[in-house]
Design a protein around this ligand. Structure first.
Ligand SMILES: [Zn+2]
Length: 397
């Protein structure tokens, strides 16, 4: 009996390790691909956006027993339809498909937004589906990074237990953390533990501005008639329940570094998910907002929107930092100026000149490949007219 069990176990383990590791060259944008038994669906994309819907599946295969104990089950109703509508709308607007990952298993079988133990309770078929789920998101992230250098991930939900009808945007900050003052939130520990960590320096804003200022994701939704927290209007959740984001946001956002920042969005029911028409309208607004939000805060390479933020020359913290071997420097120029951006070692010797020319007003990003330099601390200095700023960077090989 024991021998037979071992044989079965070995079979499961080898079946798991043999699970196809998809390579991006096999994926055609807009087409659906599936893991084993169609439990996980990946609609391949070619835009810098990755969307996932972990909690609106309907499959209840007998090979996976219901999870038991203190677990959450039930549907994020209509989120699967909503995410498909969002995908179609983004394609119609931009001519590119977002990457979309959908879990078709009922949440009682697999919770695709929890770590592996709670998610699967050890069932090998659930484990395989869980691995496929993350592998598809990783594949999407690699494709995004290859094509755009950075990207934005949204884990889309829609539970119905919170009475206040508003979008809850989760950055991995608890409701009580959001109740802190802006100056407290701007201490590095909070930004560094958030799912938009690497987006903060790129945005050129403080963390609290990026969370709930006029150019925050929540404020974009508020301005289009969808109440959202956090935002300029609703800087924190008050005494009401609030979902701050969970495993997917943690694993696939930029809390641990990396070029993909992300959020969890918990969509309320009324006016967002409850009717075909509501979902269509929301999808339209969603597609527009993701584009505007990321082009103003994440893909900041073109001429700056002067109406949004007063232009002052500035030098952003490089990203990533520490780095190996390449990193990016964002800076702003406020008027036609001669601009220089140079790198120095700790002894003050210039080791690279990245910019040394006249530049028009605008926001720029330049890249440095430090392959030929030894590990260590360096400094980079920007000069533009009377403006001088120096910052530190760390090369770790
Ligand atoms: Zn959910």
């Amino acid at each position: 009996m024991l021998k037979r069990l071992i044989v079965i176990l070995v079979f499961f383990v080898s079946a798991l390790s043999a699970a196809a590791e998809p390579t991006d060259s096999t994926f055609i944008p807009g087409r659906s691909y599936f893991g084993r038994n169609h439990y996980i669906e990946y609609i391949a994309g070619n835009s810098p956006y990755i969307l996932s819907a972990p909690h609106d599946g309907f499959l209840t295969p007998p090979e996976i027993p219901d999870r038991t104990g203190n677990i959450t089950s039930g549907h994020d109703s209509n989120v699967q339809d909503l995410i498909r509508k969002i995908g179609e709308t983004i394609f119609a607007r931009e001519g590119r498909y977002p990457h979309i990952i959908i879990c078709h298993l009922e949440r009682i079988k697999l919770d695709a937004n929890r770590e592996i133990i709670e998610a699967t309770q050890g069932n090998p078929f659930a484990i395989q589906a869980w691995k496929e789920w993350h592998s598809f998101i990783d594949t999407a992230a690699q494709q995004v990074q290859k094509s755009f250098g950075k990207g934005f991930y949204i884990d889309l939900h829609g539970f119905s237990s919170h009475p206040v009808q508003r979008l809850e945007i989760g950055y991995l900050l608890s409701g009580s953390t959001l109740s802190l003052s802006d100056s407290e939130l701007n201490k590095p520990a909070y930004g560094n533990s958030s799912s938009i960590r690497t987006m903060i320096p790129i945005s050129g804003m403080t963390f609290s501005q990026l969370l709930r200022g006029p150019r925050s994701l929540g404020s974009f939704f508020e301005n289009r008639g969808y109440p959202a927290v956090p935002s300029e209007k609703q800087p924190n959740a008050g005494s009401s329940a609030y979902f701050s984001g969970d495993y997917n946001t943690y694993r696939h956002g930029s809390a641990g570094g990396g070029p993909i920042s992300g959020v969890q969005i918990e969509c309320n029911m009324i006016g967002v998910r409850d009717s075909e028409n509501a979902r269509k309208n929301f999808a339209d607004v969603f597609a527009e907002i993701v584009k505007n939000y990321t082009s103003q805060n994440l893909f900041v390479t073109a001429v700056f929107d002067q109406s949004a933020v007063p232009l002052q020359p500035s030098l952003l913290q490089n990203y990533p930092n520490p780095f190996n071997p390449t990193t990016n420097f964002g800076f702003r120029v406020s008027s036609l100026e001669f601009v220089s951006l140079r790198i120095f070692d700790v002894l003050g010797r210039e080791v690279a000149t990245l910019v040394n020319e006249v530049r028009q007003a605008g926001t720029y990003t330049v890249r440095w490949d430090a392959s030929s330099q030894p590990s260590g601390v360096y400094f980079y200095q920007m000069r533009a007219g009377g403006f001088v700023e120096t910052r530190k960077l760390v090369l770790t090989k």
